[in-house]
Design a protein around this ligand. Sequence first.
Ligand SMILES: *[C@@H]1O[C@H](CO)[C@@H](O)[C@H](O)[C@H]1NC(C)=O
Ligand SMILES: *[C@@H]1O[C@H](CO)[C@@H](O)[C@H](O)[C@H]1NC(C)=O
Length: 211
Amino acid sequence: MKFSLSASLLALAASAVQAQQPQNQTGPFFLHITGKEDKTIDGYAGACHAGAAIEGLCFANGPKPSGDNVNYASFYFNYTGNQDVDGAEVGFVSWNLQLAPGSDPAVVPSPMSFTYSITSNVAQPMFGPGNSQQSVGFDKDGKMFVFGSMDDATFEPDNRPHNPYQPKAYYNWFVCWQYVGSYYYHAVGWATTLPPHNPTCQAVDITQVMI
Ligand SMILES: *[C@@H]1O[C@H](CO)[C@@H](O)[C@H](O)[C@H]1NC(C)=O
Ligand SMILES: *[C@@H]1O[C@H](CO)[C@@H](O)[C@H](O)[C@H]1NC(C)=O
């Protein structure tokens, strides 16, 4: 499978770069995707066209990306050091949108956020220059987690929890056949609760592999 990208609306993309507080960045790295139950799932994530300067996170079974696909599969992790879970920094993942040759800047960092649906619990990771930044991290085994701080599963009527803030790593990653923008892709999905509503979703681990 080839990851494709629209080359349009790059001026719009370039204008969306924002000022940030000091951050450290690691990368580039690949995101290795392996099935939790279905061991035939073994491949890599790559940015795939979902709209003007907007990409989803597609799945391609097979070996490490090479050649033209390396750019689409190269990600970065930014963190400030303000939050961690069990010693793992919490920050956000981004992908670099490459502008036309000769452009200044040459690339536009595109943070990952989730797009939610009101009729499913499966959200799509999306990359875009103006995106909000989904809080994620990589644990000691390099597995990507999503940072969560509130769990309403134990709430009781009229009994306000004293300390609802419980920072925790969640790993509800799947690959699913799903709409990413208006494209029907085999792509990474995030289940806000389990099990995922979409019956094509298969549970996966997503592991950081430094390039
Ligand atoms: C991530 O951190 C690097 C290094 O500090 C910085 O240059 C870059 O702008 C940051 N990326 C985003 C999307 O804020
Ligand atoms: C960022 O990197 C610098 C240089 O390696 C290091 O001194 C600093 O502690 C790092 N900051 C955070 C928040 O990890």
